[in-house]
Structures are given as structure tokens and as C-alpha cells.
Design a protein around this ligand. Sequence first.
Ligand SMILES: Cc1cc2nc3c(=O)[nH]c(=O)nc-3n(C[C@H](O)[C@H](O)[C@H](O)COP(=O)(O)O)c2cc1C
Length: 194
Amino acid sequence: MKAVVIYAHPNPVSFVAAVVTVVEEELLNKGAEVRIKDLYGMNFNPVLGEDDFRGYHTGNLPEDVKQEQEDIAWADLVVMIAPVWWYSVPAMLKGYIDRVFSLGFAYEYTSTGPRGMLNGKKALLITTSGADEKAAKAAGMLDAIEDSLVKGLFGFSGFAEYRYKNLFAVPTVSDADRKQMLIQTRELIKTYSE
Ligand SMILES: Cc1cc2nc3c(=O)[nH]c(=O)nc-3n(C[C@H](O)[C@H](O)[C@H](O)COP(=O)(O)O)c2cc1C
């Protein structure tokens, strides 16, 4: 298994960073080849601009986008990890998606409508939230993320299988609860990367 893990958090000692460490460890335990993408650490440019649009027509996409697309094309499993910011993910990750999951790479238009091109791959989105499970569900926060990022991105791009897991109330639960979340994450990776 080849896995690319893409994450967005500006704090290198955040809980998200701890989740990334566990995901990487468990993928390596399973014998996977792993490429980690720390979008803030890479100083990734998340703004889809004129160069990107020109690239759709000339076929010559910006170098940073080409590099990321090579890694996604290489991977069997794409894992994204980020905090929930305003019922979505940080603009850094959203911008990565805007630029890298481009027309002609992630999807194409056919006479019968759009068609996802990342067939045969698996995807997993892991988010962390301030909200607890009850509040997140009541507010429709999880549905919003499911619609926009899980179906809207992974489904639209043709992934064969995709899953979403949120880790709730991260800033307010106990350390023991946070450790438990890391154990759950490890279990999820163990079964999902079979
Ligand atoms: C800009 C911003 C927006 C946020 N929006 C939400 C939100 O919409 N829903 C929510 O449950 N938590 C929200 N939070 C809380 C974060 O999701 C939470 O603090 C984070 O997941 C904890 O993980 P961390 O310690 O790794 O940052 C927001 C935090 C920030 C900074």
C-alpha cells in the first residue's frame, strides 16, 4: 500500500499533529510506503490563481501542483487530516484541494456529465472539532462536511471507497479521552489500510 497523508495545522504540537504521528506510525507498521504533506510546513500556496486556470487550457499546470498530483496519482490511499474551522477545513487545505484536484486530473467532463478520475483509490478524512458529538450533529456540522468534502470531493473525484471520522471536543475533554481518540485512530488505520 502506498499512502499520502496531507495535513493542515499551523501549530506543530497541535492535537492534529499527534493524530498525524499515529496515522504515520500505523501505516508504517502495516508495511505501507508513506508520504507526508505538512501544508503549512511546505508553505504551500493555497490560492488558485491565473496560472492554474491557464494550465487547464495549455496542459501545463504550475510545478507545485504537478508535484502534488504525482504523489496523489502514486498513492492507493489518500488521508487528509485537519481541524474543523467554520464547519469546514482550514483555507490551507481547501486551497490545496482547489488547486490539486483539478479538471483533467481529478475529474473530466463527458457527454453524460462529469466523471471522477481517481478511480481505484481509497480516501479518508479525519477532522478534530471543538464541538462535542451532540452539538455537532444538532448543528448539522458533520452533514456539511460530509456533503462538501466527503461526497463533494472524494465522491466526485471517483474514489472507490471513502470514509470520514471526526474527533470531538478536542480542546475540552481530558487527556485520557484524547489518548483514547488516538487509539481509535490507530484502529481505524489498521483496518482501513488492509
Ligand atoms: C478559525 C477557527 C474556526 C473554528 N471553527 C470550528 C467549527 O466550526 N466547529 C467546531 O466544532 N470547532 C471549531 N473550531 C475549534 C477547532 O476545531 C478545535 O479547536 C480544534 O479541532 C482542536 O484541535 P487542535 O488542538 O489540533 O487545534 C474552530 C477553531 C478555529 C481556530
